[in-house]
Design a protein around this ligand. Structure first.
Ligand SMILES: Nc1ncnc2c1ncn2[C@@H]1O[C@H](COP(=O)(O)OP(=O)(O)OP(=O)(O)O)[C@@H](O)[C@H]1O
Length: 254
C-alpha cells in the first residue's frame, strides 16, 4: 500500500493551444488534510476535474493508492475509493435524507433490488445509515426531503454521500462557499470529524479555515505548484508571498 493516497506526476492539460496545467507534481499523503490554494484562474478546478476523471490529462500520471487512474471514467475512480463533493450536487432532492444515504450505501455494496437479497445485509445497510446520520448530525432530519434542508445541511448530506460511497480519499471544492461565519465554524468541525482517518484534498478560499485545518498546503500559480509545506512554511515562503499571499488584499482575493 502506497504511503500516498494520491500522487500526481508531471501532469499537464492544455485546452487547444493554451497550457492550463503545466507539469504539476503533488502528493496527498494518506491520512492528511491538504489544501490547494491559488489565485483565480490558477487551474485548481481543472486539476480537480483531472483527478476525478471529468477531464482527461494531456500527459502525466495520477495514482490513487499506487494505481494509475488518469483518464479513467469518474465512476471507476469513485469505486477505487476517491470521491468528490461540493459544487457537484449528487443529492436526489425529492428523496428523504435517509433514502439518499441508503442509495449511496447500497451502491457501495453493489446491491440490486431483489427479493433474494439477504435480510441480514439489509440490516447492515440500515445500521450504516443510522451511523452516518449521527456522524453528519442529521438524525433529526432523517425523514425530511433533501430539498427541504438548509444550505449547510445539504452540504453535510453531500459530504455524507461521498463517504457513504466508501471513499477513503475526498476532494472537496470550496466546502464553506456561501456560508455565514457561524455556519462555517460548524461546517469546519463537521469536516474535521468526517475526514478523521481519511485523506482530504480541498480547494478553499477562506484562509482562516485553511490555516486552521490543513496539515499541508500546496500553492498553484499559473498551472504550476510553486510551493508545498505546512501552513507556517507557506506563510513564511517568499515566493508564495510574492506570487500570492503578499498581493494587496490577498486574504479577500484568495
Ligand atoms: N474547458 C475549458 N476550455 C478552455 N479554457 C478553460 C476550460 N476550463 C478552464 N479553462 C481556463 O483554464 C484556466 C484555469 O481555470 P480554473 O477554473 O481551473 O481555475 P481556478 O484556479 O479553479 O479558478 P477559480 O479560483 O476562479 O475557480 C482559466 O484561464 C480558464 O479560463
Amino acid at each position: 500500500m502506497s504511503a500516498n493516497a494520491i500522487e500526481i506526476r508531471d501532469l499537464r492539460k492544455s485546452f487547444g493551444p493554451v497550457d492550463i496545467i503545466r507539469g504539476v507534481n503533488l502528493e496527498l499523503r494518506a491520512g492528511e488534510r491538504h489544501a490547494l490554494i491559488g489565485p483565480n484562474g490558477a487551474g485548481k478546478s481543472t486539476l480537480f476535474h483531472l483527478i476525478s476523471g471529468r477531464l482527461r490529462p494531456t500527459s502525466g500520471k495520477i495514482l490513487l493508492h499506487g494505481q494509475e487512474i488518469q483518464g479513467k471514467p469518474p465512476a471507476r475512480i469513485v469505486h477505487a475509493g476517491l470521491s468528490r463533493s461540493f459544487q457537484i450536487t449528487n443529492i436526489f432532492p425529492e428523496m428523504t435524507v435517509l433514502e439518499n444515504l441508503r442509495c449511496a450505501v447500497l451502491w457501495k455494496l453493489g446491491h440490486r433490488y431483489s427479493v433474494l437479497r439477504p435480510l441480514g445485509r439489509l440490516r447492515d445497510v440500515e445500521a450504516e445509515c443510522t451511523r452516518l446520520l449521527e456522524e453528519l448530525r442529521l438524525t433529526h432530519r432523517r425523514t425530511s426531503r433533501a430539498d427541504s434542508l438548509s444550505y449547510p445541511e445539504q452540504r453535510a448530506l453531500e459530504l455524507g454521500l461521498a463517504v457513504a460511497s466508501g471513499a477513503d480519499t475526498l476532494l472537496l471544492d470550496e466546502p464553506m462557499a456561501g456560508m455565514s461565519h457561524s455556519e462555517t465554524a460548524a461546517a469546519l468541525e463537521l469536516i474535521m470529524a468526517v475526514t478523521e482517518g481519511r485523506s482530504l484534498l480541498m480547494v478553499e478560499h477562506d484562509m482562516g479555515v485553511i490555516f486552521e485545518m490543513a496539515d499541508r498546503i500546496s500553492v498553484l500559480v499559473y498551472g504550476e505548484v510553486i510551493a508545498t509545506g505546512t501552513p507556517e512554511e507557506i506563510r513564511a515562503n517568499p515566493a508564495v508571498q510574492e506570487a500570492y499571499l503578499g498581493t494587496p488584499n490577498a486574504e479577500e482575493a484568495a
